[in-house]
Design a protein around this ligand. Structure first.
Ligand code: GLN
Length: 201
């Protein structure tokens, strides 16, 4: 299994470290050909406008859209969540527009620019996990096929739609790898089983 981590800008190395800890091969995605043969995609946190701009310039924008639309499992964290969304309410960003969520960017304002809290996440951890938010967005509204997995102070911070998992915080920064483990076990391996590429004795 190979998981591609978008490596234009932002926290991609930290995601590679998590994959290493979980004994999964990671591959930095910088150009379209890097997508070949990958089984899952991580869109990291960083600056969504900068990522979108470069992806448009090198063709990754359309290539990622079609890969995700073909049901390649994808996990977007923070800026990655912004990139997945269909709509941003407050500030214009070109997004991939693949996930049926409406998002507010830099949603917590100055006072709470960065903060940590704890909360359980449906399917991922019944025990509260540490969640680290850095100039984070939150989800204002989800469409029909989208399931809310976690809310903090009445705002949606984790959502799941088919092959897409979006998180407003940085699960790669706490040393607790439950979110990545869920992504690998339940979204990537499941997808492979559904499509018959894993044979079971
Ligand atoms: N504020 C960033 C953006 O809007 C996201 C911050 C992050 O990824 N930690 O793109």
């Amino acid at each position: 299994m190979i998981i591609g981590v978008l490596a234009i800008q932002g926290a991609f190395r930290e995601h590679m470290d998590v994959l290493y800890r979980l004994h999964v091969q990671g591959r930095l995605i910088k150009k379209v050909s890097d997508l070949e043969g990958i089984d899952g995609i991580i869109l990291p946190g960083g600056e969504s406008t900068a990522m979108a701009k470069q992806m448009k310039e090198n063709g990754l924008f359309e290539a990622l859209q079609s890969k995700i639309n073909q049901e390649c499992p994808v996990m977007g964290t923070c800026a990655g969540l912004i990139l997945l969304s269909k709509e941003i309410t407050n500030q214009p960003v070109s997004t991939l527009g693949v996930m049926d969520i409406r998002v507010k960017r830099n949603a917590y304002g100055r006072q709470l620019d960065s903060f940590a809290t704890i909360a359980p996440i449906k399917y991922i951890s019944e025990q509260p996990l540490e969640l680290v938010f850095i100039r984070a967005p939150y989800i204002e509204e989800v469409g029909k096929g989208v399931e809310v997995l976690c809310e903090v102070d009445g705002h949606i911070v984790v959502a799941l739609q088919n092959n897409m998992l979006a998180l407003a915080f940085h699960p790669e920064l706490t040393g607790i790898d439950a979110v990545h483990a869920y992504f690998i076990e339940h979204m990537i391996k499941k997808e492979r089983i559904d499509h018959g590429s894993i044979s079971h004795p």
